[in-house]
Write a protein that binds this ligand. Structure first.
Ligand SMILES: Cc1cc2nc3c(=O)[nH]c(=O)nc-3n(C[C@H](O)[C@H](O)[C@H](O)COP(=O)(O)OP(=O)(O)OC[C@H]3O[C@@H](n4cnc5c(N)ncnc54)[C@H](O)[C@@H]3O)c2cc1C
Length: 412
């Protein structure tokens, strides 16, 4: 029986480990911290299988310039003396056109659908209520007529969306009552879900531990992937050297440095985002549906008995410190949009790094080394794409034919 080592115990590493076990491998997981404590910890909780459009699109560079000059805008940029930032930006701008956006969207929709089915496959072994999974449906609300009209004009892939006026948005989701007069309209889709990503990671880690082929989750900081004669021969860690037949790199944004040391350039950049979590009290008017406030790029989801809000893209390097101004600004926006949704006196803030590629498509599968595999770059939708990405990864390591063409989702 072949053995695999997975580097990284975030949502991507944990799901990779699960599907490798299911594919018949023995698996060891190496994680330097507790599982699920990095980008997967307090993300927006959206399992947004159909709302997958890449960040890069026609007109985005122009919009981004406007946001940069807004005090409370969703984007921040701090130039770094690091070529990787500029190289990523150049590739991002090159992807800002309708043709690339449409091509990548089509690929991400396939990955989204695979992820939805793969998550459902997990249900018998991982009860959905263990991680507050809810089939909430998603409403994207638009404040400007132009953005609303453009969204309505886009084709409706499966004919199930509902187009709503601002007033209808508030009827469908009473938590929007305060802001309804300011809305041009909204689009509601059934079938999108929300869940607690950290609770998912913790539950999956416990389930892995009970799997007969699981060799263990080791608290180890991987310092170096060791290459010899064109293949990977081990990984050097704070807990010594580990060896296996296959090595899967799923270490979020840190995959970048580990790969670079064996000559692989990964086009990843840490897009910093913020989340707020506030407890919901009896009588609060929290949203049942998950909401995206389109122009402000703010996501709202009810996760268990808390309101989770996620927002902002800060290009400031791999820095997770909380900027009090950003937190105060987001809190103000949330209070104004949903004044009675939760106990805002007890908000807790968090920031994490989305491991993002310039075209928003993850990188899954083979490298130039026959036994080094990648599962990285899920960016703003890592929770959504985790199960599908892991299935593709495990299939690639096993040598199975993929369920759809992977062009656009590989290192090439
Ligand atoms: C504010 C915010 C909101 C978001 N909202 C959503 C959302 O609503 N829906 C959605 O689908 N996605 C969302 N995301 C994106 C999602 O959280 C990420 O894409 C996902 O968590 C990435 O998972 P990962 O496993 O690749 O990385 P991580 O969770 O960062 O895990 C990587 C792991 O590797 C470990 N590691 C790193 N280097 C080493 C090493 N050298 N040795 C050992 N271990 C190592 C780290 O400790 C870490 O545990 C959001 C992200 C942010 C920041």
């Amino acid at each position: 029986m072949q053995e695999a080592i997975v580097i990284g115990g975030g949502v991507i590493g944990l799901t990779s480990a699960w599907w490798l076990l299911e594919a018949g491998f023995k698996v060891t997981l190496l994680e330097r911290d507790a599982v699920g404590m990095a980008a997967s910890y307090r993300n927006g909780g959206q399992l947004s299988y159909r709302y997958v459009a890449p960040l890069a699109d026609a007109g985005v560079p122009f919009k981004a310039m406007q946001w940069l000059f807004q005090e409370n805008g969703p984007l921040r940029f701090r130039p770094e003396a690091d070529l990787r930032q500029w190289r990523w930006l150049a590739r991002f701008v090159a992807n800002c056109n309708s043709a690339d956006n449409a091509r990548t969207t089509a690929k991400l929709l396939e990955l989204g659908e695979l992820s939805r089915r793969a998550m459902a496959e997990l249900a018998p072994v991982l009860p959905l209520d263990a991680f507050d999974w809810r089939d909430a449906g998603k409403m994207v609300v638009y404040r400007s007529q132009s953005a609303f009209k453009a969204a309505v004009a886009r084709p409706d892939a499966d004919g199930t969306r509902q187009v709503l006026s601002g007033a209808e948005c508030a009827v469908r989701e009473p938590a929007l009552a305060a802001v309804a007069p300011l809305l041009a309209g909204g689009i509601f889709n059934q079938g999108e879900a929300v869940a607690d990503c950290y609770a998912f990671c913790a539950a999956l880690a416990a389930r892995l531990a009970a799997h007969p082929r699981f060799q263990g989750s080791v608290r180890a900081d991987v310092h170096r992937i060791v290459e010899d004669g064109g293949a990977i021969t081990g990984v050097d860690t704070s807990a010594g050297r580990f060896k296996a037949d296959h090595y899967v790199l799923a270490a979020g944004i840190d995959s970048r440095d580990l790969a670079a040391a064996v000559g692989i350039y990964l086009p990843l950049y840490p897009l910093k985002g913020y989340s707020l979590t506030a407890p919901i009290r009896p009588g609060d008017c929290a949203p049942a549906i998950s909401i995206t406030d389109f122009e402000r790029k703010v996501l709202y989801a009810r996760i268990g008995d808390a309101l989770r809000v996620a927002a902002m893209v800060d290009m400031v390097g791999a820095d997770t410190t909380l900027d009090p101004k950003r937190v105060a600004n987001l809190t103000r926006q949330v209070r104004a949009t949903m004044p009675h949704a939760a106990d805002y006196e007890r908000i807790s803030a968090w920031a994490g790094l989305r491991p993002a590629t310039p075209d928003s498509a993850p990188i899954i599968g083979a490298t130039g080394y026959p036994n080094l595999w990648l599962n990285v770059g899920q960016g703003p939708l890592g929770f959504t794409f985790a199960c599908g990405s892991a299935k593709l990864l495990a299939g690639a390591v096993k040598g199975d034919a993929p369920p759809f063409k992977l062009d656009g989702l590989t290192l090439r």
